[in-house]
Design a protein around this ligand. Structure first.
Ligand SMILES: [Ca+2]
Length: 358
């Protein structure tokens, strides 16, 4: 700080003038260069990494990232996700007449592709349709946030999961280069999930499937690729056609409260015999199940009390798409409701056609 003294108030010494000159010119310079600064200081080293490791063009990447802005709203959104809702409220979001009807319509419009996917990957049409319905309302709500901006914000401004999102940012840039997309334009969810099935960039690279064989995996516009990719994802994680998903359980006595916590929440790790010793039994038994069949114990909060369910391997596979019992249950129940609607409509049509021909 400068103190005003009798002497310096009239004439400033030369050294001070020089200092002032330097300070003023540098502030001016700094003001100019802030316009060209990255939203986060870590972006510079990140670009170095992408150039060195993945042979990206430095100038192009710099130009791309200079346009990226910080998005604090994304971090806020991350901190209030629907997964913290109780089941009875979560269910209401997805099990709506609109989503069920639209699912049946989507099925009819894509019946041929869905049948092909069922045959090729061994994943039922109803599950593929329900996933697309839960994720984006059949492509209607695929997200309006620039992926580059959401992933950059989460990679460099969200320490809790920075490592995960930095990796996804790398995968995103690789994916856009590989599939020929403009990285600046692609939009998706605030968490970086992309396209009609909301694949994260790493999943896109690993599981997206060019089901219409046009040489490009397009999950933003191409329904055939979307259907094939969801099916491929489920196949890879071990979906078994014709096997049960989940069954309601009955609980008796008080021992059911003392079931030990398993290492993995959704992986089937208790045999039916072991759970029976705790007073937990399936309300109905699928033809394939016996005492050694393994299940996961799933608890879903109702308005009053808790429902107990036993999740089979296929239930676990749904949680690989999104690590939440609420999510997997919503997909399962929606898939049943959509299938019911779809078959009902088809039967009605068949009856009408038959009546006309008589
Ligand atoms: Ca394609």
């Amino acid at each position: 700080m400068l103190y005003r003294t009798e002497r310096t108030s009239f004439t400033l010494p030369l050294w001070l003038l020089c200092t002032l000159f330097i300070v003023l010119t540098q502030t001016g310079h700094a003001a100019k260069s802030t316009q060209k600064r990255f939203a986060y200081p870590q972006i510079g080293p990140f670009i170095d990494y992408m150039v060195k490791k993945h042979k990206f063009d430095r100038t192009k990447l710099r130009r791309l990232f200079l346009k990226v802005k910080r998005r604090p709203d994304i971090i806020k959104a991350m901190n209030r996700q629907a997964e913290s809702l109780p089941w009875y409220r979560y269910r209401k979001i997805f099990m709506t007449p609109g989503r069920i009807n639209k699912g049946a319509v989507f099925w009819r419009k894509n019946a041929k592709t869905l049948a092909q996917a069922e045959k090729h990957f061994g994943v039922p049409a109803r599950i593929i349709v329900a996933i697309i319905g839960v994720e984006t309302f059949y492509g209607e709500r695929a997200g309006k946030i620039r992926i580059l901006e959401s992933l950059t914000t989460l990679a460099f401004g969200y320490p809790r999961r920075a490592r995960f999102f930095r990796r996804e940012l790398v995968q995103f840039l690789l994916m856009t280069r590989q599939e020929g997309f403009n990285a600046a334009r692609l939009k998706g969810s605030y968490a970086g999930a992309m396209g009609i099935p909301q694949f994260m960039p790493s999943s896109y690279r690993a599981y997206a499937y060019d089901f219409d064989k046009d040489g490009r995996r397009d999950l933003f516009n191409n329904h055939k690729d979307v259907i094939g990719s969801v099916a491929n994802y489920f196949k890879t994680f071990g979906w078994k056609m014709g096997q049960p998903v989940i069954v309601r359980a009955s609980v008796r006595g008080s021992k059911y409260r003392r079931v030990p916590r398993p290492k993995s929440k959704f992986k089937p790790s208790f045999t039916l015999a072991r759970l029976a010793a705790y007073g937990i039994t399936p309300r109905s038994r699928s033809a394939q199940a016996n005492n050694r069949t393994k299940v996961a114990l799933i608890k879903l909060k109702q308005r009053r009390g808790t429902d107990y369910w036993l999740g089979y391997r296929n239930f676990y596979v749904i949680t690989r798409y999104n690590n939440s019992a609420l999510y997997a249950m919503a997909v399962h129940q929606l898939s049943q409701a959509i299938e019911h609607k779809y078959r009902q409509r088809r039967a009605r049509k068949r009856r009408r056609r038959a009546a006309r021909n008589h």
